[in-house]
Design a protein around this ligand. Sequence first.
Ligand code: GBH
Length: 486
Amino acid sequence: TPATSPGTELVFPPGFVWGAATAAFQIEGAAAEDGRVPSIWDTFCRVPGAVANGDTGDVACDHYHRWPEDVALMADLGLGAYRFSTAWPRICPEPGTVNRAGLDFYSRLVDGLLERGIEPWLTLYHWDLPQSLEDRGGWASRETVDHFVEYALVVQGALGDRVRRWTTLNEPWCSAFLGYAGGQHAPGRQEPAAAVGALHHLLLAHGRAVTAMRAVDPTADYGITLNMSVFDPADPGSPADVAAADREDALLNRVFAEPVLLGRYPQVALDAYASVGVAPPVHDGDLAEIAAPIDFLGINYYNGAAVTAQRPTTDSAMPTGAPVERTTSSPSVAADPVWSVSRGLPRTAMDWEVQPDGLRRVLERAHTDWTGPAGIPIHVTENGAAYDDDVAPDGSVPDADRTAYILEHLRAVHAAMGSGADVRGYFAWSLLDNFEWAYGYEKRFGIVRVDFDTLERTPKDSAHAFARVARTGRLGEEPRGGTVVP
Ligand code: GBH
């Protein structure tokens, strides 16, 4: 349990993991080097209008070449852990093939991290499916499951002597529903049946890979990262709004957490899918495979939302002038639409609400409902914010908004731990400004600024503030929303 010292200084327990996170496609660049083949994101970037400004991952942060500098940056900041993903299209260009040069890159990276005392946290899949597998049906096809397991074992075979923390998937909700239902992400399909197929195959790939990797090495830690949110009924007195919030919760949170941790799909989600005539393609034994024991649950949290079953009018519901939007939890996979409404909370450059207490609620709920009973610890594997940063005349980046966002969310993590949630680590998203998917390079999430002309890196004020908490395990009375002096 974390301690609270006199005053309002918050103390995190010794051994708490402090890190920063990235993903291969968002930072590496070198898209055609050393035998890498195209991923669904390389293809999607070439679809006119799919990605802002026609941006691609061809160069990104050029991390593929500049990784020593990035590792040194993390070491300077005193971070104890680095969460990154390996690119499947670098490692297994085709099923049954292994590209040694691709593996060697990650082997050098892992060695570089370990030399600096930074623990590698490896995610096997952060959305960059080889295009050749999409051509065979992608995640909508059951065959992709075993291709993933094969890839996972190849990576483990090459790095398992040094990597102890393995995450199978990052945010399978995004892969399935933004990729195959909403179409905002690669592969850009809008097919409810394919999306619900992808949901199931992703979960099966996770469970099967955990079992296969654990058979090779029972001593390492295996987990999955889910994106979670909190949904409040816009009108708590309206049964329709309460039901809408419950459905959103089922479609975003429970439909992933319950199969993984409890071995079942929530009925509310199955009913929503049935309302548009689709269902997960479950075979006998699949749910037992999906529920393979895990060693940690990764949770990514960015925002919550207030939702309603009634389409609100722009005037009354959105005082910020933001468009009234159907929520993204259930794009075309539920007949009853759910709308999000503004509560007048501050928003980031993504237009997402800033709601730190939502993180406390997500963590406490995950502990109570899913992980706590099984004794499984939680790691916050992503949390962070996009803001339009200014560079000061002296070259520094005084990102007070992002700094406040991170520190407020750390307070929420501490509060959740205080009420018993077994949270063991926190990773800031992201180490670097990077390729923000459909938003290209327009949205900056980094605690380190990247100048996309020169590729120069500059730690922002948020990096210094976060580093100070990481080094000391203490969070003092930094002014909220004001400047934090490193
Ligand atoms: C993560 O996804 C990704 O893992 C990471 O790669 C990415 O760069 C980062 O976050 C920032 O986007 O409009 O209120 O309905 C974020 C997942 C899912 C979080 C959709 C926000 C919609 C909020 N996102 N969710 S709302």
